[in-house]
Design a protein around this ligand. Sequence first.
Ligand code: SF4
Ligand code: SF4
Length: 474
Amino acid sequence: MSEKIPVQELTPHSIDGQYKGVSAKYNDKLYVRSVNGLFNKIRTLSLWALMIGYFVTPWISIGGRQAVWFDLPARQFHIWGMTFWPQDFVLLSFLLIICAFGLFTITTLAGRIWCGYTCPQTAWTFIYMWVEEKIEGNRNKRMKLDKEPMSTSKFVKKASKHFIWLVIALATAIAFVGYFYPIRELIPDLITFSIENQWASFWLLFFTLATYGNAGWLREKVCLHMCPYARFQSVMFDQDTLIVSYDERRGERGSGRGPRKKGVDPVEANIGDCVDCNMCVQVCPTGIDIRDGLQYQCIGCALCIDACDEIMDKMHYPKGLIRYTNEHALEGKEVHIFRPKLVGYAIALVAMFGLFGWAVYDRTPLELDVMRDRGQLYSNTSDGRVQNSYNAKVMNMDQKAHDFVITVVGLEGAELDGKTELSLDEGEVGDVPLSIKAVPWDLEKSRTDIRFIVTRDDGLSVEQESRFIGPASR
Ligand code: SF4
Ligand code: SF4
């Protein structure tokens, strides 16, 4: 994506005036100039990792089953060899809280590094911009093309771009739906138009259009107007947070920024290091001018650093006029990396990770749920005993089949009737009607606390409390 910046563009008069001193909010369409540099290379690597992870994960199988599969009809989430059930929802909530806390910690430390390097909106927007540049050419060619009247060549270019954008959007949607609908069935079903699940068809269409719209058309507007994180991230910033900043003292030295001949020493000439070439604005995917100071629109992508470093190199000035730094460093004050807020966040994060790991490790892969028959308090059998009815659900949450035995304790002499022995496959739920019969004179009270116990073939057991209701005889 590198686009060499010609030296003659180092004067404001030779630069297209679209952004000269004007922020993107006054312009409808951004023509982002591509740039290469250290941070763009880092982002390319992170985006590749993200893409490979996203598109390949649904195709990985463990033990003959899709490794990451959110099986909504069966209410089971299979994640890398573990199966989570609706009962584990609290773990999922906990995981989301950990992710939010992780984001707070990283934002306090390194600003909007998430937005610039790993956010899916950034990732897909960069892919779409790359496709656009390959088909329509660099920034100047794209601007020229848009001004031209429609012609066969323009139509072919535009149609090809939108077609490829739609193909990428469809591939994104297929991969997304593949996390919920077995992807090895989804693709043949899609090709033969035989997807039975209407929700799968809806989400395929929705995600195709959402990806195409967000990354192709809305782009930075999602960050500027739709992303809530952009609005509240500044609350987490402090004066030691790493941010992309313009060194105003250096750039505006003496009589300030401005064009000059190559080779002029800005310190001797008492002028700023900024040659006012506007490259930092032209490469900015949100169209802002970082020289105006920290703005919520800045996604911390560091493209302006790459662009400015390239200019500084050409001018034989030191790099870093725009750089990752923090307010304290810019003011020449002491920088505190390990400040109390950050240390507090980090300790809380480690503690939460530990608790989460322990909770997952300690999870019992067996669940028993017993419901009393609410329609009837009790009934009398022909032999004079009192009977209560129950419905027991046994969930085998393990990754293999097991045999189970159900027993009851808490009521001397009572008889448990029904299918008390059952075999369940991995992930299977056994639904068994049960009844307890007791002789009336064994009942000390009208309500007796009892416990149902289900025991697995390897000795693992869980229990659930319930009640036996009958006439009290004593
Ligand atoms: S900050 Fe750097 S890239 Fe931006 S206008 Fe000044 S010299 Fe050019
Ligand atoms: S100002 Fe710089 S870091 Fe911020 S969004 Fe624009 S190019 Fe990226």
